[in-house]
Design a protein around this ligand. Structure first.
Ligand code: GLN
Length: 387
């Protein structure tokens, strides 16, 4: 029997993350592919979730758009960190991870043939979500050796069919953080062409040194056209809890709510209590989180550079990018399929996150959100395997 899968989803049949994680298990490799921390988030958040289960809070369906307490906490967080005023009643929606909220947003906004412009490489669920919505994805390559947004190319990609600009900063997979200047340029294009911006800010608290994260919604004229997406999994190191949210103007959030309520309806009741507390943790938590991750970044980046990789220093996220050409590989996909067998380490090729394989060919993404001993072991294995 031929596959019953709708044709537009055939190209999304496999996920590079699943492929590489499966390979890691098969060959016993250290998995620096899929981005999840190997240590859990704060014990006090676990205690809150456990207490909620014990006390019977959230064990039955929570309210469809999120616990009021969590919506209040999201609104307070946007005000505290960014000075944004978000209506906790109607300007926030909670979902099953940032992923569901993002897909709901695309399904709510994109109709057949509408174009979504985004920088390439992109995170894989963006392209799958656009296909689900019968939209058209338009990639704009990140440019130059530092893989930065090129505003002229972005402007040139806009057509009368463009409805949404989908941005992601801190950026997966490159690890770049858009500068204020770059965001100003993106905002000007969005305003000029009256576009809606979906801003995936899952890694909003994971930026290093002076690469502060600036939400595009804070720029003049942008709040009213921007849906900002946040991730409790990423901000509090509980990726399995799958609590994410979007915030923005009430008309845009209302549209997202319509679709989202028909997907998972609700989820993660007890975890929502814990996430509400997480968003109110003191500044010290967020500073320490960044400091820990930044040390791990330095460990992996330094080790990979010593091994001869061209390292693009990560400014944020869980990830850093390397150029594999100095190691004698022209192609990151070939490198990522070879290196688990040769060295017992798994990474993710940018190519799998691009329409145009040329754009991502030299680059490989490494996750450094792992214990230092794991990163050290991975570096030792690479040193032996590449020798
Ligand atoms: N966001 C994570 C990453 O980029 C997990 C991706 C996934 O497994 N779908 O690695």
């Amino acid at each position: 029997m031929t596959s019953p899968l709708v044709p537009r989803m055939v190209e999304h049949s496999t996920s590079i993350f699943a492929e590489m994680s499966t390979l890691a298990v098969q060959v016993g490799a250290i998995n620096l592919g899929q981005g999840f921390p190997d240590t859990d988030g704060p014990q006090e958040l676990k205690d809150i979730a456990i207490a909620a289960i014990q006390d019977g809070r959230g064990n039955q369906y929570p309210p469809p758009h999120g616990l009021p307490m969590l919506r209040e906490a999201i609104s307070a967080h946007q005000e505290r960190f960014y000075g944004l005023q978000v209506d906790a009643g109607a300007g926030v929606v909670v979902g099953t991870g940032a992923s569901e909220v993002l897909q709901s947003t695309l399904l709510a906004l994109i109709d057949e043939g509408d174009e979504v412009v985004m920088f390439e490489p992109w995170f894989d669920i963006y392209s799958a979500g656009i296909s689900l919505a019968r939209g058209v994805r338009v990639g704009v390559p990140l440019s130059g050796p530092d893989l930065r947004p090129d505003l002229d190319r972005l402007r040139a990609a806009i057509t009368p069919r463009t409805k949404v600009l989908l941005i992601n900063s801190p950026h997966n997979p490159t690890g770049i953080v858009f500068t204020r200047h770059e965001l100003d340029g993106i905002a000007a294009i969005a305003i000029e062409h009256d576009l809606i911006v979906i801003s995936d800010e899952a890694y909003e608290h994971l930026w290093f040194a002076d690469h502060h994260h600036v939400p595009i919604a804070t720029l003049p004229g942008m709040f009213e056209r921007t849906i900002t997406i946040g991730s409790g999994g990423k901000s509090f190191s509980f990726t399995g809890w799958k609590v994410g949210w979007a915030s923005g103007p009430t008309d845009l959030i209302a549209a997202v709510r319509v679709v989202r309520q028909h997907l998972s309806y609700v989820s993660g009741g007890p975890f929502q209590y814990a996430m509400a507390a997480g968003l109110g943790l003191p500044d010290q938590y967020f500073a320490q989180f960044r400091a820990d991750l930044s040390a791990k970044r330095d460990l992996l980046a330094g080790g990979l550079a010593e091994l001869g990789f061209g390292v693009l220093m990560s400014e944020g996220t869980y990830f850093l990018t390397t150029d594999v050409r100095p190691l004698g590989y022209a192609d990151g996909l070939e490198f990522c399929r070879d290196i688990p067998h040769r060295a017992g380490v798994v990474a993710i090729p940018h190519q799998a996150l691009c329409d145009d394989p040329e754009i991502g060919a030299p680059y490989v993404r490494w996750a450094f959100c792992k214990r230092p001993s794991v990163l050290e072991e991975a570096l030792e294995r690479l040193a032996r395997g590449l020798a």
